[in-house]
Design a protein around this ligand. Sequence first.
Ligand SMILES: Nc1ncnc2c1ncn2[C@@H]1O[C@H](COP(=O)(O)OP(=O)(O)OP(=O)(O)O)[C@@H](O)[C@H]1O
Length: 258
Amino acid sequence: MAMLRLEQLSQHPILRPLDVSLDAGKVVGIIGPNGAGKSTLMRTIAGLLTPTGGQVFVNETPVQKLSSRQRAHHIAYLPQQLPDDIPYTVQEFVEMGRYSHQRVTFRASERGTPAVRRAIAQMGLEELVDTPLQHVSGGERQRAGIARCLAQESPVQLLDEPIASLDVYYQLDIMTQLRKMAQAGHLILIAIHHLEFALRFCDDLLVIRNGDFYDTGPVADVFTSKMVRDVFHIDATLFVDPFLNHSRLSFSPLDSET
Ligand SMILES: Nc1ncnc2c1ncn2[C@@H]1O[C@H](COP(=O)(O)OP(=O)(O)OP(=O)(O)O)[C@@H](O)[C@H]1O
């Protein structure tokens, strides 16, 4: 049974309906140019936008039929950008990931639960737990957002550009952790601009370009020089890195560079 299924799903600006089944145990990258519709697709999958056509099923239940608390049990969602005026400390913010596990209204009584402690440690935020989110850097805020999703312990993790503002250490660290979560049975769906990382860390790709869905499938099948040219309008050569033994990309210069 697919953990997440998009059935004839369309959402402006993606006009051609998407039929995709995504299984647990995978990191799936959504790639495409600026404005292609990656974030819109993620918000639709998260149940925050109503599709213009078709449906999203999580564990065979239509997402639109679930309450926000039920959705949170199935899906954790990190938006592309967190507001910079969130009036909570890092600890309080991560604890909010436990919202769906509370019986009545959310109270900050989940402080120190193993899931919260683990998420804070995984994102290297121990020293910042009492710092207001307004006073942390953009990358630290992003790590707090990921920690909140991890604390939620939902089987589907929808992360919109999780490594966009991070330094290279955390880019590598977080992608490695996401792979481990997939191996432990989660489905990780990320929008990602970093094509080298998509090539290295994703199992499958869903490629969209303006107004259209381009291709989906295993990285080895989908990630080709032709795809890069068709979708990003740039020439690139794929080669196997002899040190890391995985495929890498070499971009040809743009005309304006020569
Ligand atoms: N709140 C909004 N109101 C109206 N149009 C929007 C809104 N958010 C996005 N759009 C439009 O929807 C289209 C898709 O935007 P979306 O943010 O999904 O693209 P994206 O692929 O995530 O882009 P990026 O790589 O720049 O983050 C764009 O044309 C954008 O202008």
